[in-house]
Design a protein around this ligand. Structure first.
Ligand SMILES: [Zn+2]
Length: 373
């Protein structure tokens, strides 16, 4: 018999061939009380971007199962309360400030987790709201409408039917839904709806092979993204995913994050590092003529200058006039950002400052410490 070699598998998120394959026992559909026989599921995980895929994924017809997540999610849990406050605060202070009249909110997800969208609608009454869910039934929509008579949320069954001009700013909420969206579908969504300054708010399952097998309970899920694989995919479409907030939920089995999208071209010349150690090793390997400038004189940065980064940084700059001129022991004075020269390499330990750095210094090389996985 001739052995046929299967076509070499590539990561559907980043196209790398560097994949680790493994299999795990699991069961389907535990939440429906119909736990089928255990079976073997094959996964791959990409060494380059961390994307993981269930090779034995079989689409679950939740509609058939009458799975109703709306009833669950119309009751608050503490997570919803916490996230609601956080999202509203970030939208008001960091994202749209006083121009949130034309924002479109889109909640994308199987299961009717509409609580958050209803709350956001109360806060931003002049915006447009769309809830996209392939599981909507007329009955359920009527039920939701009857209990929220002031709401103007538009319900759409298939994201492909959503017609909104691409240029309009959007806040795209995808909680526990990217797991059912393969990278090609996600690429289509990015192409159709995302432009610079859109905000993505997401909650994703985060596989952690080292810590627990619990993630493999999600045998009904296809795709397991992390921030890095999502960054790769947005990058392919010309957008830089600037994560402005992230937190782990339920120990570390889920992650919630908020990210802003910025044109790749504005974020050129950025080199990212996962740890201070990697960043310092890189700086040490550069020629002694390099001019490393620390952006910001906050506590973490000062500790860096006094410890790992001693003898490395030539200048510390800050935008806060109160800090300018303050003397750091064994180092010297804090300078204004106008002292940064074109040849300087900016060291940034907090990605929140990236937007500000790019506004004032669009061409300098930036070394960025970035939490990634
Ligand atoms: Zn990959």
């Amino acid at each position: 018999m001739i052995k046929v070699t299967a076509k070499r598998l590539k990561c559907s998120a980043c196209n790398s061939s560097d994949l680790n394959k493994f299999s795990h026992y699991g069961i389907d559909l535990i939440y429906t009380r119909v736990a089928q026989k255990k079976k073997n599921y094959n996964f791959y995980i990409c060494s380059k971007c961390g994307y993981m895929e269930n090779r034995d994924y079989k689409k679950t017809d939740l509609k058939k199962l009458k799975y109703d997540n709306y009833t669950f999610s119309s009751k608050y849990d503490s997570r919803d309360l916490y996230l609601k406050e956080l999202i509203i605060n970030l939208i008001q202070n960091e994202f749209v400030k006083d121009e949130y009249q034309n924002i479109v909110f889109i909640e994308y997800g199987p299961g009717k987790r509409l609580n958050l969208l209803l709350e956001l609608e109360k806060c931003f009454p002049n915006c447009n709201f769309y809830a996209i869910d392939p599981l909507y039934s007329k009955n359920l929509i009527n039920q939701i409408k009857a209990s929220n008579t002031n709401s103007n949320i538009n319900y759409i069954e298939d994201i492909k039917k959503l017609k909104i001009e691409k240029a309009i700013k959007k806040i795209f909420i995808a909680r526990n839904s990217l797991e059912f969206t393969n990278p090609n579908q996600l690429r289509e969504i990015i192409k159709s709806y995302f432009v610079e300054d859109c905000l993505i708010i997401s909650e994703i399952n985060t596989p952690n092979i080292l810590n627990s097998g619990s993630i493999y309970l999600f045998t009904e899920c296809l795709a397991f993204y992390n921030k890095k694989s999502l960054s790769e995919m947005f990058k392919q479409e010309g957008l830089y995913l600037d994560v402005i907030f992230s937190t782990k939920l339920y120990s570390d089995s889920r992650e919630f994050f908020i990210a802003k999208l910025i044109k790749n071209s504005k974020y050129k010349n950025i080199r990212e590092f996962r740890s201070i150690f990697e960043l310092v090793s890189y700086c040490d390997s550069q020629s002694s003529n390099s001019n490393f400038v620390m952006w910001g004189a906050g506590g973490r940065n000062i500790m860096f200058i006094l410890n790992e980064g001693r003898n490395l940084i030539n200048k510390v700059v800050d935008i806060d006039s109160i800090r300018i001129g303050v003397v750091i022991p064994d180092f010297g004075k804090i300078s204004p950002i106008s002292d940064i020269e074109d040849k300087d390499v900016i060291v940034c330990l907090n990605s929140r400052f990236l937007t500000k750095i790019r506004e004032s210094k669009p061409n300098n090389i930036i070394l960025l410490l970035k939490e990634f996985d």
